[in-house]
Design a protein around this ligand. Structure first.
Ligand code: ATP
Length: 239
């Protein structure tokens, strides 16, 4: 579903992403971890096309999207959900999703309405279909952020620290939701600092440090790896 080869980006003298590659199949979830400044957000920016890579290929279902602008990448099947959801205060939940199904998914009329119904059910938002965005509590704003990405009909879903700011029970609710999204036609990549959320959801974890891959393996293998433990303990010691 997603193949990344030789991705690289420097900001001036600072090499932020170095020769990064991975493959995420449909039905898989890849967790992305790393200390602050490791290059995680830049990695997603390069996938989504908001930052142009210096080198590398990004294939979505075999189609190289690396030269495309962000909106074309959404139409090619790449969708992203952000840490801080910013819904329109007066648009309803349903209206947000109709917009996403239209602008990002190219759907109109009954097809768009059917997509909205499906996504509302998947994300547990059916009861809030007519609620204005401004009235939602944080967890429901996170659900809406996810739902907007899903309404575009993605093949690859990028989750950018979407647990940020949630309480522990709310994180658990989000984990249940994301686990329920795993299906053959969808590859999920999830940047998160909350290790247990990734362990409960992801098939593999990719650990980044200074823009390069340290390890990519099963969650239990990654969390037991001495390099990973040193990185996180080191980060804690300097915090
Ligand atoms: N537009 C930019 N110009 C210059 N440097 C940048 C730019 N964007 C990011 N950086 C630098 O690139 C490095 C990686 O940043 P990035 O935000 O990708 O890390 P991160 O792993 O997502 O960190 P965090 O966990 O704190 O969000 C950092 O040193 C950052 O200061």
């Amino acid at each position: 579903m997603l193949q990344v080869h030789g991705l690289a980006k420097a900001f001036g003298p600072l090499q932020v992403v170095r020769d990064l590659g991975t493959t995420v199949q449909g039905g898989e979830c890849l967790g992305v971890m790393g200390p602050n400044g490791a290059g995680k957000s830049t990695f997603f920016d390069l996938l989504a096309g908001v930052t142009r890579a210096d080198a590398g290929r990004v294939l979505v279902n075999g189609v190289d999207v690396a030269a495309l602008p962000p909106e074309a990448r959404v139409r090619a099947g790449l969708a992203r959900a952000f840490q801080v959801p910013k819904p329109f205060a007066t648009l309803t939940v349903g209206e947000h999703l109709l917009l996403a199904a239209d602008a990002g998914g190219g759907l109109r009329g009954r097809a768009a309405a059917a997509r909205v119904d499906e996504v509302l059910a998947l994300t547990g938002l059916s009861r809030l279909r007519n609620a204005p965005g401004g009235s939602l509590r944080l967890l429901d704003r996170k659900r809406l952020e996810l739902a907007k990405a899903l309404a575009t009909g993605p093949k690859v879903l990028l989750l950018d620290e979407i647990s940020g700011g949630l309480t522990e029970p709310e994180v658990q609710a989000l984990v249940v939701l994301i686990r329920g999204l795993k299906r053959p036609g969808l590859a999920i990549l999830w940047i998160e600092h909350i290790a247990h959320a990734l362990q409960a959801t992801c098939d593999r974890i990719l650990m980044l440090h200074l823009g390069a891959k340290v390890i990519e393996d099963r969650p239990d293998v990654v969390t037991a790896d001495p390099r990973v433990r040193a990185l996180y303990l080191g980060a804690a010691a300097h915090a």
